[in-house]
Design a protein around this ligand. Sequence first.
Ligand SMILES: [Zn+2]
Ligand SMILES: [Zn+2]
Length: 349
Amino acid sequence: MTDDEGAAAEDPDLKFWTTIRDANSRFVREDGYVWRPSATYNAGLELPPVDNGLDYLVTVVDHLGPHEDDDAPNALHLKYALLHLDAAAEVLLKARLELAHWSLVVERILPGTTYSKYKAGDFKSVGTEEALRRLRQMVELDIPKEGDTALEALGKLRNQLQHYGLVATREEIEPVAAQVLDFLVTFLDDRLLPALPPVARVRAENDMLHVRHGLNQIQGFVDERMGRLDNELKGREERTVRCTRCFQDALVAGDGEAPTTVRCHFCRTAFTPEDIAAEWASVHRAWIGSRDHGPCDSCGSDATVACRVVRVSDVRAAQDGSHTYNHVTFCFACALPATPAVPAPRSTP
Ligand SMILES: [Zn+2]
Ligand SMILES: [Zn+2]
């Protein structure tokens, strides 16, 4: 008898949800259908934060997954996928803060801040970025840095949507959604579900079956489309880097018409060399000093140069299984390293 089974014998609610989760994990259908009895089962109108966050995640994978009418998600599906993913991230990060202490969810503790006001929703809560900071700093959780980059990219897309309507394409949205989903699934598995009481945890695990299946599908679309670009990108490995918008190795310098000569073949975003150099520095700011590069040896500009650029050729040259890559100071205008490479001690001429 497992722990779950032992506890389930005592608690009818836990027995109910354990049976459902186990049946669903044995019989996940090819289309990913997972039976989800109403999350409000036995709980009146109350939808606890974790259920609420998972509910958003389930709708995200449903919006981005294949649709009967028309195989690809349409503009409305993309819009709601973005909004719900953003809401899910916020709700789930805060749910973990609340488990540590409710006051961590409150942006500023004022003299009148009380638990009853908190319960009544009469307070301003922290945003996603601050929630992450508090989880690391005050709850002392080890949360991977990649999550920040993905959440930032999602935030940009959401702002775009709110200010200009949906201008992003499926190619821009799906890879970001896949990264954020991947981050949230890991966060749920490692940091949130283990801290929940048994019934809530088992109920959440049931929803996770559906979310995981959906994530695999979305990742599948991304990989498939990336595979189709193989030929297009072949031979350009020395001037191809990971795109700051869609995270695919498809951003090629010296490609396309001036002034936007840096172009992503996956999400089709085009940059001027100056814009991408600035964006590169801002996305990778955690490990780049403010100005540790000089002007480009070939064109003399320093506004088109970024340091610590890992190119696809650098990744391919790395040893199998190694996660440390050579990097260069790179000029996006010249599509070349900005300074002659410093020979590594063990390299042969
Ligand atoms: Zn891209
Ligand atoms: Zn240059």
